[in-house]
Design a protein around this ligand. Structure first.
Ligand code: NAP
Length: 287
């Protein structure tokens, strides 16, 4: 699978990224090996996944896989604090984008993932109490000491993205957003437009709508025979046909579905087929 840059000055990731949110109670080493064999070299995490356990599960599994650190890309997120027995000082779920929290979270992620650098760190959710100057200073420190190579955000509106970007001396290289045939808001609310303006690529989380899209008999799949493709492959190909250079972050816990998903990069949907799928998803023609 070809690697593409999220941004001219950003990291090169596999076009399809493997998400580790659901990777607990599974054979993580097997999923890593399967991903790599299928050409998926980029892995998406967050400090909080699996009630703060998944990064460590992944880091431990990675030790069993013989791969050079430079051959994979590790992405993680910080900024959400969950109510958890592992976080005794938290009494309400909240966001924290303070310098102290970001630095602590990065150090914990590095330790858990068993690495000395992250390819990409994302602010997980827009924090109403975010001090952009403080975040900028913190990102600068992390870049300077080599702990994080690139920075981005997740679930930011276009104006939130522009606001944080205006404080930074280097580009935000992505906005990771919920986007699929069952969640189309970002396509029409300016989110993708602003990213295209900045020549920054979106990452699409829940690209299969968390599995919702896969209900049998859906009108979404009129083109399965034409492309000799599955529902999963068509859903991912539909995202990748968009000129914003979308990187789907798949969430399956099944090795066969990783292999199936990776083949989506070979499908180039024709314009009218793309619109036919959009019509099936929205239930109406474009104006
Ligand atoms: N930035 C954020 O705020 C944010 C939020 C949520 C997620 N994420 C990232 O995005 C990644 C993907 O999210 P996601 O897991 O919701 O993505 P997804 O790929 O849309 O959904 C995966 C789910 O769909 C199921 N599924 C896949 N194919 C199916 C089929 N043919 N029939 C029935 N079920 C099927 C999977 O089950 P099986 O495991 O059985 O295949 C799994 O439960 C996460 O791992 C995480 O890295 C980011």
């Amino acid at each position: 699978m070809e690697k593409r840059h999220l941004h001219l000055k950003g990291p090169a990731l596999s076009q399809i990224v493997a998400g580790a949110w659901r990777w607990n109670s599974v054979d993580v080493a097997k999923l890593i090996r399967t991903s790599l064999d299928a050409g998926i070299t980029s892995f998406d995490h967050a400090d909080i996944y699996g009630d703060y356990d998944n990064e460590k599960l992944f880091g431990d599994a990675l030790k069993k896989v013989s791969i050079n650190r430079q051959q994979i890309q590790l992405i993680t997120k910080c900024g959400i604090k969950l109510l958890s027995s592992k976080q005794p000082s938290t009494w309400v779920k909240h966001y924290d984008t303070s310098k102290e929290h970001i630095l602590t979270s990065v150090d914990t992620s590095l330790k858990n993932l068993g690495t000395d650098y992250l390819d990409l760190l994302l602010i997980h959710r827009p924090d109403p109490l975010m001090d952009a100057e403080e975040v900028s200073e913190t990102f600068g420190l992390l870049k300077q000491n080599g702990k994080v190579l690139h920075f981005g955000v997740s679930n930011f509106t276009p104006t939130q993205f522009e606001m944080l970007q205006s404080y930074l001396p280097f580009p935000l290289v992505t906005n990771q957003v919920e986007l699929s045939l069952s969640k189309l808001d970002c396509l029409f609310d300016g989110t993708l437009d602003v990213l295209q303006k900045h020549k920054t690529s979106p990452m699409a989380w829940s690209p299969l709508g968390g599995g919702k899209l896969m209900s049998s008999g859906s009108p979404l799949w009129p083109k399965k025979e034409k492309y000799n493709a599955t529902e999963t492959q068509l859903s991912l190909a539909w995202l990748m046909r968009h000129p914003a250079n979308i990187f789907p972050v798949i969430g399956t816990t099944q090795a066969e579905r990783i292999i199936e998903s990776a083949k989506a990069v070979e499908i180039a949907l024709e314009r009218q087929d793309w619109f036919e799928m959009l019509k099936a998803a929205t239930g109406r023609d474009v104006a």
